[in-house]
Design a binder for this molecule. Structure first.
Ligand code: THU
Length: 153
C-alpha cells in the first residue's frame, strides 16, 4: 500500500519536490541504516534516512546502552548527525524497522526533536516490504511547542 501524495513540494519551505523516486531511495537508505542498529537489549533495529533541502541524506540507527536510559533512537541519531555536519533544513525522514504488520512511527521524543526544525516536513513511515505512508510532522505532533514560541515572550 503506497500512498504517494504526488509532488510534495508546497512551494514555500521546500526547495525541491519529494518525488516518488526520491522517496523510494530514502526508504531504501533507511533500511540500509537499520543494519547498523546497536540494539542488544530490545532486539528492535530501526534505521532512518534524513533528506535535507540541498539533497543531502544523513543516516541514523538506534544505539542502545547497557545503561538503558542512554539509548537513542534512529531518527535522533540521523538528526544529530545532520546538524553536526551543518544541515538543518530538512525535507523528509524515512524510518524503517522489522515490524511487518504496522508502519513504524517515531516516538514522542523524536517527534519533538524533529519539531525543532519545523512542522511542515515529511515523515515516511515504512514496512519491511518497502510499502510506506507519508505524514507531515504537523500530522504526528499537532499543537506543538517549537522555537518560535520562545520568541513570543
Ligand atoms: N526506536 C527507534 O529508534 N525509533 C523509533 O521510531 C521507535 C523506537 C528504538 C528505541 C529502542 O532502541 C528500540 O527502538 C526499542 O524501543
Amino acid at each position: 500500500m503506497n500512498e504517494d501524495p504526488g509532488v510534495l513540494n508546497n512551494g514555500e519551505s521546500h526547495d525541491r519536490a519529494l518525488t516518488p523516486d526520491l522517496i523510494h531511495s530514502l526508504v531504501q537508505k533507511s533500511r540500509e541504516a537499520k543494519a547498523f542498529a546497536h540494539c542488544p537489549y530490545s532486539r528492535f533495529p530501526v534505521g532512518a534516512a534524513l533528506l535535507d533541502r540541498d539533497g543531502r541524506i544523513f543516516l541514523g540507527c538506534n544505539v542502545e546502552n547497557a545503561c538503558y536510559t542512554l539509548g537513542i533512537c534512529a531518527e535522533r541519531t540521523a538528526i544529530q548527525t545532520a546538524v553536526s555536519k551543518g544541515s538543518k533544513n530538512f525535507t523528509a525522514i524515512a524510518v524503517a524497522s522489522d515490524v511487518e504488520e504496522e508502519f513504524i512511527t517515531p516516538c514522542g521524543a523524536c517527534r519533538q526533536v524533529m519539531r525543532e526544525f519545523g512542522s511542515e516536513w515529511w515523515i515516511v513511515l515504512t514496512k519491511p516490504s518497502g510499502s510506506y505512508i507519508i505524514k507531515t510532522l504537523e500530522d504526528l505532533l499537532p499543537f506543538s511547542f517549537g522555537p518560535e514560541k520562545l520568541a513570543m515572550k
